[in-house]
Design a protein around this ligand. Structure first.
Ligand code: AMP
Length: 396
């Protein structure tokens, strides 16, 4: 397989799928440019070698129609500031303007194509559209992890037209390597921390993680379903009654595989789902009627913390409580700090696939984690053990 470091792009036109789906304000100004900054290394490597880069991305959900409010032009201008050089722009991703500008590209130049999703063929994974895109470049680079779980034209199908000239960009490679360190052959003990609201959205992740982890910590709203499945009283907490048996199966499987399962033993409870609610603490399996568990309590924090600090590999997906509300943040903050401390002591930590990424960013701890994933849905599917079409297309 080709890699960025072992490939010279000299004299080549690289067609690069990037993720420039950045948030913007009403005037089109980029409000968070982390996704644009994340691709700079890949673009600089290509142009630094003496190649040129043709960048293609989607922005928003234009549903197959041209929508000027979702044009990539302002993003291209922002990228030009980040790269410190002019960035050319094609008013469509296919057609005469894109073709002419791609053909005229000189070594070191960068061209951004207009929003791929202005064409319904992009999301449909259309063959003819993919072929037309492929004709713009000599080599295909996929650096858009966030859309790797979609078999769209630019993320997957186009790769078929570059049988021997396709590779992952730096960002995509880092995501793949990080998951490999966690699910492949992790340094042990390996602890998985899974939180968030519902068991239903995480069941496949739990099942898959049981194959590789030594300890499994369950927190967040989904922990209530486990507490109830074990016979506890959960008051008005979020519980998925139809998944009580599923929770019992997870408990049994963990036992059978020798995975140490940690379920919260205490909780911060509230009399309403609101930041202004009255709050109290109680045993996780004795939540009074009319009260709901919205965060893990201090005893659970202490147990979880010690499991995390004893780990060599840590995967964290999903918050421990309703961290968006100040009274229910402490569990998530404590776990984030524990993961950061374990990382400082030499553990490898991956945070990915949902709101735990927002949490580590909000609490200013992202720098202290080994790898914070950029792909929400894509990371979740990857952790479920699924083959992501965008990855398979480059590897195949
Ligand atoms: P997810 O997208 O599944 O990772 O879930 C994240 C959401 O779970 C966040 O918005 C949290 O507020 C929510 N959450 C975490 N703990 C609880 C809880 N105990 N009860 C209800 N919602 C929760």
């Amino acid at each position: 397989m080709l890699t960025m470091d072992t490939t010279s792009f000299a004299g080549k036109k690289a067609l690069v799928r990037v993720d420039l789906n950045v948030p913007q304000d009403a005037n089109g100004r980029v409000t968070d440019d982390s996704r644009a900054r994340a691709i700079v290394r890949t673009v600089n490597k290509i142009t630094g070698d003496g190649g040129s880069a043709i960048l293609m991305s989607h922005l928003g959900r234009p549903k197959g129609k041209v929508n000027p409010a979702m044009s990539l032009k302002p993003v291209a201008e922002h990228l030009s500031t980040l790269l410190g050089k002019p960035v050319l722009f094609a008013t469509d991703c296919v057609g005469p303007d894109a073709k002419a500008k791609a053909a005229a590209l000189k070594p070191g130049e960068v061209l951004v194509l207009e929003n791929l999703r202005f064409h319904p063929e992009e999301e449909a994974g259309d063959e003819a559209f993919s072929k037309t895109l492929s004709e713009l470049g000599d080599v295909y680079v996929n650096d858009a992890f966030g859309t790797a779980h979609r078999a769209h034209a630019s993320t997957t199908i186009v790769a078929n037209y570059f049988p021997t000239a396709k590779l992952f960009g730096y960002l995509m490679q880092a995501e793949i390597d990080s998951v490999g360190k966690v699910l492949g052959n992790p340094a042990r003990p390996m602890t998985a921390i899974v939180g968030g609201s519902k068991v239903s959205s995480k069941i496949e992740v739990l099942e898959n993680l049981l194959k590789s982890c030594d300890e499994l910590i369950i927190g967040g709203g989904m922990a209530n379903t486990f507490v109830k499945a074990m016979g506890g009283s959960t008051g008005s907490s979020l519980v998925e009654e139809d998944l009580l048996d599923t929770a019992r199966t997870v408990i049994e499987k963990a036992k059978a595989k020798g995975v140490k399962l940690h379920i919260p033993t205490d909780a911060v409870v509230a009399d309403a789902f609101a930041a202004t609610a009255n709050t109290d603490q109680c045993a996780a399996d004795a939540v009074p009627d009319g009260w709901m568990a919205l965060d893990i309590g201090p005893k659970s924090i202490a147990t979880f913390r010690s499991a995390i600090l004893g780990s060599k590999t840590i995967l964290w997906n999903g918050p421990m409580g309703v961290f968006e509300m100040e009274p229910f943040q402490q569990g998530t903050i404590a776990i984030a700090n524990a993961v950061a401390e374990a990382t400082e002591k030499g553990a490898f930590s991956l945070v990915g696939g949902g709101d735990s990424v927002a949490a580590v960013n909000q609490f200013g701890l992202a720098e202290k984690i080994s790898y914070v994933s950029t792909g929400g849905g894509a990371m979740l599917e990857y952790l479920e053990g699924k083959v992501l079409p965008g990855i398979a297309a480059v590897q195949g």
